[in-house]
Write a protein that binds this ligand. Structure first.
Ligand SMILES: [Mn+2]
Length: 190
């Protein structure tokens, strides 16, 4: 089993993330931001990851940001030497009116390109401008290439939720194992 537990404590927040890449989609997400909890649960379910998140702190921005930092560290730790993984993964996922694209390359190089626009300033209790920042943070700390594009859609909730579902699916595919190749790079290391 590829799993990791990462704890992070600062003057602003206290976060604990437990991640199992070879899980079954079970999650227990405890942050004060309900819509963020909803997104992380969708990510775990569709990624078939087991994910436990406990986070508290001063401001919603700090808490959500620090959860994504900790999740990025947990992903890197759980992947270890990346032997046998597919490395790339993608998903084009609809949710009623919304259609989103997510593509990842677990290259070891941090490169986020996030194209998400929302109609409203708030996604329930999560601020819309934080959404892009959270995905950038995850890819930067997890050192992977992440492209996200909301291709169309009307409802902000659907657009945001579809992105986290697609992120789970793309990462499930990228972290998935292939027995025919040891390391998915001509350099011999990832
Ligand atoms: Mn929903």
């Amino acid at each position: 089993m590829r799993r990791a537990t990462v704890r992070r404590k600062t003057k602003e927040t206290e976060v604990e993330v437990k991640l199992n890449l070879d899980g079954s989609g079970e999650s227990k997400i405890q942050t004060p931001i309900r819509f963020f909890n909803h997104l992380l649960a969708a990510f775990a379910k569709h990624g078939c990851f087991d994910l436990s998140v406990k986070a508290s702190g001063d401001l919603p921005h700090h808490i959500a940001e620090d959860v994504m930092i900790t999740l990025g560290e947990a992903l890197t730790k759980a992947l270890k030497d990346k032997k046998g993984i597919e490395r790339m993964g993608e998903a084009i996922i609809p949710m009623d009116d919304a259609l989103v694209l997510v593509a990842v390359d677990l290259s070891g190089r941090a490169y986020p390109d996030i194209r998400c626009k929302f109609r409203k300033k708030q996604l329930d209790d999560l601020s819309s401008d934080l959404f892009t920042h959270l995905l950038q943070t995850f890819a930067t700390v997890g050192r992977f290439n992440l492209h996200v594009e909301i291709m169309r859609g009307f409802n902000d909730h659907h657009k945001a939720e579809a992105v986290f579902k697609a992120l789970g699916i793309a990462l499930r595919r990228a972290t998935g194992k292939t027995s025919r190749r040891k390391i998915a790079s001509t350099k011999g290391v990832l």
